[in-house]
Design a protein around this ligand. Structure first.
Ligand SMILES: [Zn+2]
Ligand SMILES: [Zn+2]
Ligand SMILES: [Zn+2]
Length: 148
């Protein structure tokens, strides 16, 4: 089953209608999931498509998708919430460039050992974690170097 179909099923099973607007907003997130779209960016796309979608509609749809665990919200410190599909089989972390605000993905999850240590030491059963690395990306680093 494709993710869109899965998402439609989740909506339907929860008693929500799969309106054209909701469907389109979901599609945009799916098409751009690695770009970590903000509500404003999604709105910029639907605005041009004559779908009669306002920014408030986008916010409401995103809230709903989040409630239903289809997407999750992230904050990279640039003042905007960003959204990404929840993929159980694709757990990843983020590198946030504090100079250009670009977000990069780290595919490996290197935290298993750390979790084990923490669980033992604090007798705490870990069910998940959030992690983002802040720093300077290769491009910005290069530009800073050239600027010297
Ligand atoms: Zn990501
Ligand atoms: Zn950068
Ligand atoms: Zn992880």
């Amino acid at each position: 089953m494709s993710i869109t179909e899965k998402a439609k099923e989740i909506l339907a099973n929860s008693g929500y209608k799969v309106t054209n607007q909701r469907k389109r907003i979901l599609e945009i997130i799916l098409d751009n999931t690695h770009r970590h779209m903000s509500a404003e960016e999604i709105y910029e796309i639907v605005k041009d498509e004559n779908l009669d979608v306002g920014l408030a509609t986008v916010y409401r749809a995103l809230e709903l998708f989040e409630e239903l665990n289809i997407i999750h919200k992230m904050n990279f410190g640039d003042g905007r919430s960003r959204y990404e599909l929840k993929e159980e089989d694709h757990h990843h972390h983020h590198l946030v460039c504090t100079s250009c605000n670009e977000v990069f993905e780290v595919d490996e999850d290197l935290l298993d050992q750390l979790e084990e240590k923490v669980e033992k030491k604090y007798k705490f059963r870990i069910t998940g974690h959030h992690l983002k690395f802040l720093g300077i990306c290769e491009n910005c680093h290069e530009q800073q170097r050239l600027g010297d």
